[in-house]
Design a protein around this ligand. Sequence first.
Ligand code: G
Ligand code: G
Ligand code: NA
Ligand code: MN
Length: 253
Amino acid sequence: LELETALHKALERGEIVLHYQPKVDVRGARMVGAEALMRWRRGDKLVPPGDFIPLAEETGLIVPLSEWALKEAARQAKIWQLNFGFADSIAVNLPSRMFERSDLVEHIHQCVSAYGVPHRSIQLEITENNLMKDLQNVIPALHRLNEVGVEISIDDFGTGYSSLAYLTTLPISEVKIDRTFVRDLGITPQSSAVVTAIIALARAMGLRVIAEGVETLRQMDVLHRLGCSLMQGFLFAKPLPPEEVELWLSQTV
Ligand code: G
Ligand code: G
Ligand code: NA
Ligand code: MN
């Protein structure tokens, strides 16, 4: 309960911040977007999301936290657009609770309008498991988001049990190959079989495919050879405070 109260106050006091992990196109080593990841500045410590997101999910605080993250991402997109000609999107992770809300699309509309950025400046990541867990609420939301130009990326792809035939009917733009498959690339033949299949599936469905958790040159090479050139991972950059992302933006735009 103490942590719950502290987290609630943290949001009010502006102690929650977003860090951003660049998404890279290895053809040309260009940054092509970024994923926003929450941090809690608690005193002189930076609390990682693993230490407070689960509690936020249990208590429902994840809803105001996510609403704040959407607004903050729109604000950051505007700054980068103005100062660096940033034309890509910032991805925000959305828990399934946010898809239960009938006003999700309206809230996103308000966030982008408040800062005067296009809807495509915000991308949403939803995990494959959350997607499949709540299709009834998620599907109508995906359609409405697609209509206004907010792209959806399926996070942790390959770890769930989605019906692939079913997925082809959803308005999604991108699948993110889960890091567990990336980790074992070049180590186990199964991982490259899975990655090959995901890339073929994404192609057939007309989706972008991005690999997360890329840590080594070897993983990068295998992915590139298999036809995946979009990547994210410690090999390129860890999640960075905005000032450090700006070093990337000033070099690559
Ligand atoms: O940044 P890090 O690797 O520590 O993130 C750990 C976990 O916390 C990841 O599963 C990530 O998706 C989740 N997470 C980080 N930021 C957010 C956020 O803004 N919203 C939600 N729902 N989850 C987040
Ligand atoms: O899928 P999810 O949204 O949980 O991914 C975000 C998390 O992944 C963050 O906690 C981030 O710090 C972590 N992450 C990002 N790049 C890498 C990487 O190359 N290796 C590992 N192990 N974790 C990573
Ligand atoms: Na994610
Ligand atoms: Mn993921």
